[in-house]
Design a protein around this ligand. Structure first.
Ligand code: NAD
Length: 331
């Protein structure tokens, strides 16, 4: 705890006077957290840290291979539950597959059976099957979409029901820089990860009146999913412990944020968003514009100058159809 009250800029610790006193301690006071894929990597650290701060945790992990193949094993989830209990925390293991709707129902049922409620869901389970598009057979596409995107839907839907009843919920999606920005050889993974952003965008609106906050992180951390992708010197600095604090905050009662996406890794944190540039209007009633006008106005259409975020679809359409200044014909 000696780092509390410090802000780290590029690995230099800068003291912040009184910050420790100003911050309220994040404590889960018996709230129930479901963390998928918590038998290893990032999910394991989220589970340990939340349990250390008083959350009762469902440690879900089917214990499969990195590419989702094979039989699965109870060992990873059991191991993390044992670690939590050794710390004096409360946890139960669950080995269901997030990729099926039955699995999702069972995971939430495990929380309700053991602890009687669900307050927090961290959709974290993941696999990789990287291939360039021509080698991306339907199997590899479908398996990755099933775990990441369908998995979040399968677990979140029954959880939302319980959260709605309680008037409280914190849901965290795990996206990736590969989806947000693109990465060669990961069409399946990138599509699934961006799909989670769409899931969040709609769900944040549905959760609003029930105090259900939905946020998304794009983590960077050393794990079996990244060990052969990252240069070794960088890999050594990428502890999941630098990602966990953000997840812990977003999962807490203190978090008022909803619908946001954060890049998180190695002690660096920033927010990213879907931004929309200024709109221009072409053509008139009964006289649609021509492709030549599109070409002629390309710079303006393509501009992101003064780009803004939109709260929802209506806000975005409003901004589209009420441009600050209508364009003239073809400059
Ligand atoms: P990891 O492989 O260490 O952990 C993922 C866990 O999910 C594994 O223990 C695995 O058994 C479990 N799992 C896989 N399929 C499952 C299923 N169908 N049902 C239940 N459990 C399942 O990987 P990690 O790096 O800790 O990744 C965690 C999440 O973070 C993933 O969603 C990953 O895509 C995402 N992510 C990680 C990084 C990174 O740098 N590590 C970057 C971007 C995104």
């Amino acid at each position: 705890d000696k780092d509390r009250g410090m802000v780290n800029y590029f690995w230099k610790a800068v003291p912040v006077p009184g910050a420790a006193e100003l911050m309220n301690r994040i404590d889960y006071g018996g709230r129930v957290a479901v963390i998928t894929g918590a038998g290893a990597g990032l999910g394991r650290v989220y589970a340990l840290e939340m349990a250390r701060r008083g959350a009762r945790v469902v440690v879900n992990d089917l214990g499969g291979a990195r590419d989702g193949s094979g039989e699965g094993s109870a060992a990873p989830a059991d191991q993390v539950v044992a670690e939590i209990r050794a710390l004096g925390g409360e946890a139960v293991a669950n080995y269901d597959n997030v990729a099926t709707s039955e699995g999702g129902e069972n995971i939430i049922k495990a929380a309700l059976d053991a602890f009687g409620r669900v307050d927090i869901v961290v959709n974290n389970a993941g696999i990789l099957r990287d291939k360039s598009i021509l080698k991306m057979e339907p199997d590899n596409w479908n398996a990755v979409l099933a775990v990441h995107l369908n998995g979040a839907y399968n677990v979140t839907r029954p959880a939302f029901k319980a959260m709605k009843q309680n008037g409280f919920g914190r849901i965290i999606m795990t996206t990736s820089a590969a989806g947000l920005y693109g990465n060669f050889g990961q069409t399946n993974y990138s599509a699934a990860k961006m799909g989670l952003v769409g899931l969040m965008n709609a769900l944040k609106l549905e959760g609003k009146k029930y105090n259900i906050k939905v946020n998304t992180i794009a983590p960077l951390a050393a794990s079996r999913l990244t060990e052969d992708i990252m240069p070794p010197d960088i890999f050594a600095r990428m502890k999941p412990e630098y990602v966990a604090p953000m997840v812990l905050y977003l999962a807490s009662d203190a978090c008022e944020e909803t619908g946001a996406i954060f890049n998180v890794g190695m002690g660096y944190y920033n927010r990213t968003a879907i931004m929309t540039g200024p709109s221009i209007q072409l053509g008139e009633v009964g006289n649609p514009p021509t492709p030549e006008q599109i070409h002629g106005n390309w710079e303006a259409i393509n501009s992101m100058k003064g780009a803004l975020e939109s709260e929802d679809l209506n806000a975005a359409l409003g901004a589209l159809m009420a441009p600050p200044a209508a364009a003239s014909g073809g400059e």
